[in-house]
Design a protein around this ligand. Structure first.
Ligand code: CP
Ligand code: NVA
Length: 305
């Protein structure tokens, strides 16, 4: 049974297969007659919409479950949620507060239900697939292997998005710079660990935005206040104030450099309007490729059957 829980769990060959399946024409109905459960403990627009459209594109039907309805470890245990869902579904996407839920659901469902991580506190792998597709489309005519040697700078709070993105890019030979203040920098260890990627691209860490961005092809940022971190929002805004992606910062990148953001954006905080709305911004292609990414992941999971 294939699962898509982190980028690091998936082999290089399987990732290349996912990238390829993501952009292949949709002329199949792989999910015809099949239901897909989509469980969201946290808010979502893009992930929810792209999951639903991808399932629909492949001929299946999706059903959404909110935190209020399911209440993992509140209304009932994660294990009983897993046992229930696997009795009714062979495929389940989940957005969870704690990454460890995947291990528990997987064990409780006796590996009978394929799991797709739609964001956890530690990883956002479907976003990373969409980001790779976006960069490959822009820089390499869609050939993900053509990204080798490029450099991306991630600026701001090193989040779940940063971890999956860095693992995906380093494995493709893309260099990753991370500019973040103390306390917000990418930490080694745990799941989806970019420090553990041997070979491929080079990971470089900086304590300021300017050095991270100098000479790069791509600048990426994410919110300063991830879901679950709302209590420290004010402190985060102060600590990260010098890590805004704005027009002045971008003068340090290559003239051809593009800008990515997973969204939702907090305009005037981690990114300015003039950058987000500029011709350099590929954020709407990223959104487009969220659906491509889900199509690729769903096809890859079904391919094994
Ligand atoms: N980028 C992303 O995952 O967006 P949503 O939280 O709206 O799904
Ligand atoms: N880091 C953000 C990503 C949202 C798509 C969060 O976890 O809230």
């Amino acid at each position: 049974m294939r699962h898509f829980i982190t980028i690091e769990d998936v082999s290089d060959d399987d990732l290349v297969t996912i990238y390829s399946l993501a952009t292949a024409p949709i002329d199949d109905e792989l999910l015809r007659g099949q239901g897909v459960a989509l469980v969201f403990e946290l808010a979502s627009l893009r992930t929810r919409a792209s999951s639903a459209t991808a399932v629909h594109d492949l001929g299946g039907t999706s059903t959404f479950f909110t935190d209020h309805e399911v209440g993992i470890d509140q209304r009932e245990s994660a294990e009983d949620v897993g046992r229930t869902l696997c009795a009714l579904y062979a495929l389940c996407g989940m957005r969870v507060r704690n990454h460890g839920i995947f291990t528990r659901i997987r064990a409780a469902s006796d590996d009978q239900m394929a799991l797709i991580n739609l964001l956890s506190n530690l990883a956002h792998p479907t976003q990373a697939v969409a980001d790779v597709l976006t960069l490959a489309e822009h820089f390499a005519d869609g050939d993900v292997k053509g990204l080798r040697g490029r450099t991306l700078a991630y600026v701001g709070d090193a989040t779940n998005v940063t971890r999956s993105l860095a693992v995906a890019l380093l494995r493709l030979g893309v260099n990753v710079n991370v500019g973040a203040p103390e306390g917000y920098q990418l930490q080694p260890g745990g799941v989806e660990d970019p420090y553990a990627i041997a070979g491929g691209g080079t990971l470089r860490l900086f304590d300021n935005a300017a050095d991270a961005v100098r000479g790069v092809d791509t600048v990426y940022t994410d919110t300063w206040v991830s879901m679950g971190a709302e209590a420290s929002a004010e402190k985060r805004r102060q600590d990260l104030a010098h890590f805004q992606v704005n027009a002045e910062l971008l003068t340090l990148a290559q003239a051809h450099a593009v800008v990515l953001h997973c969204l939702p954006a907090h305009r005037g905080e981690e990114i300015t309007d003039d950058v987000l709305d500029s011709a350099r911004s590929l954020v709407w292609r990223q959104v487009f490729h969220r659906r491509s990414a889900m199509v690729g992941v769903l096809r890859w999971i079904k391919e094994e059957e």
